[in-house]
Design a binder for this molecule. Structure first.
Ligand code: UD1
Length: 370
């Protein structure tokens, strides 16, 4: 039966969730048909991994903070489930909305499914077909229990149909992370980060690296560092370092190798606006992030992805992304192509237009609200 107003738990936990929830939560707050409740699991908790994003993305304080923190996969997932179940039982939401593929996404989906609360998954259907990635397990399980599967690219629908998901649960709405990018791109231009780091427009490469498959293995990290040692001779490299990567470099005693590179600048993790500005002005990106493959495609900035696969193939088919794995020579070759101006040009994928949150909310309202 349809209601006049519905209660939705919007779940966030880790850094890549914040820019996906922000536009959805903002629009829900001005809808008289929806009462949105922002729940932060606390998977990421440092000022630089969490709070700064709330400020930059103009998000309100979460109404509920579960404070689960770091831990093994089972610990983290289990803690979110135990705490969120209590909240869900108390608040009796009509829908739980999850985004992306982090452990908090999986945990919240399992809680809702067991309590028979409908689930909306934003960024459904992406598949790397690599079950060694913790995110791939999170995606598959979340999609198998979700009721509304909002996909960013048609490949998402194809993957879900192959897995037996019924087509009437799948909605191609575009990319909500791009809503945030387009909304904040102008504001990000006020960032002082280029001056602070003494960088000039298009005169540096920007690196992010945090995947366990890259940074938890000495062999992989050394292959990537060997490429950076060549590239930094041609163009300065800036690397806002993720806490996981920092910890691994220290544990593996690779600190000296990193600091001996003259043109390699290590900086603390950056907030949303500073990072967006840094990305927008970079000559190119070297990354193992999922979201950055999409953001660079929209910004038209070349992206070299340091992974063996991508769950976001439209960024390669249409966008500015190339996949090179951990192959030192390939990383150097693709960087040289960019520096010599022979790298491919991209185009923006369909519906990555800044209006995705609006489409999602219309679909939810039509389904639940009279
Ligand atoms: C998580 C997500 C990954 C996402 C990434 C973005 C999962 C399985 N992985 O990986 O998909 O791309 O976030 O950052 O959910 N730490 C801190 N401060 C924090 C949070 C973490 O220092 O605020 C350190 C801790 O040592 C922790 C480690 O980072 O053990 C890893 O954190 P965790 O949340 O387990 O996974 P990420 O590698 O951040």
């Amino acid at each position: 039966m349809k209601k006049t107003q519905i209660k939705i738990l919007n779940i966030v936990g880790a850094r890549p969730n914040f820019m996906k929830i922000a536009p959805i939560h903002r629009l829900m707050q001005v809808s008289n048909k929806i009462e949105p409740i922002l729940v932060h699991t606390g998977q990421h908790y440092d000022q630089k991994m969490s709070k700064i994003f709330f400020n930059d993305l103009e998000m309100p304080e979460p109404q509920i903070y579960l404070g689960v923190g770091s831990g093994s996969h089972a610990e983290q997932t289990g803690k979110v489930m135990i705490e969120l179940e209590k909240i869900a039982l108390k608040l009796q939401p009509d829908l739980v909305l999850v985004v992306g593929d982090v452990n908090s996404t999986l945990a919240a989906s399992l809680v809702a499914a067991k309590l028979h609360i409908p689930i909306a998954h934003v960024e459904a259907g992406l598949r790397s077909f690599d079950r060694n990635m913790p995110e791939e397990i999170n995606r598959i399980v979340t999609d198998s229990v979700a009721d509304f599967l909002f996909v960013t690219e048609e490949n998402g629908r194809k993957n879900l149909l192959t897995e037996g998901v019924s087509n009437d649960k799948i909605f191609f709405v575009g990319n909500v992370m791009i809503d945030s990018l387009l909304h904040f791109q102008k504001k990000a231009k006020n960032s002082n980060i280029l001056n602070l780091l003494k960088l000039k427009h298009k005169s540096y490469a920007l690196v992010t690296l945090h995947r366990p498959s890259n940074v938890d293995s000495q062999k992989s990290i050394v292959k990537i560092l060997s490429a950076f040692e060549k590239i930094e001779k041609k163009i300065p490299i800036v690397f806002p370092i993720h806490p996981r990567t920092k910890k691994m470099i220290e544990q593996m005693d690779l600190g000296d190798r990193v600091t001996s590179m003259q043109n390699f600048k290590l900086v603390e993790p950056l907030g949303y606006l500073d990072f967006l500005h840094l990305m927008d002005n970079a000559a190119f990106l070297l990354t193992d992030s999922g979201g950055i493959q999409e953001e660079t495609t929209v910004l038209g900035i070349p992206c070299i992805t340091l992974r063996e696969n991508t769950e976001r193939p439209v960024t390669v088919d249409l966008g500015t992304n190339v996949i090179v794995g951990m192959d030192t020579e390939k990383i150097i070759n693709e960087s040289s192509k960019i520096l010599s101006g022979t790298f491919k040009k991209g185009q923006i994928p369909p519906l990555w237009d800044g209006k995705t949150a609006k489409r999602i909310i219309e679909i939810i309202e039509n389904k639940f609200v009279s």
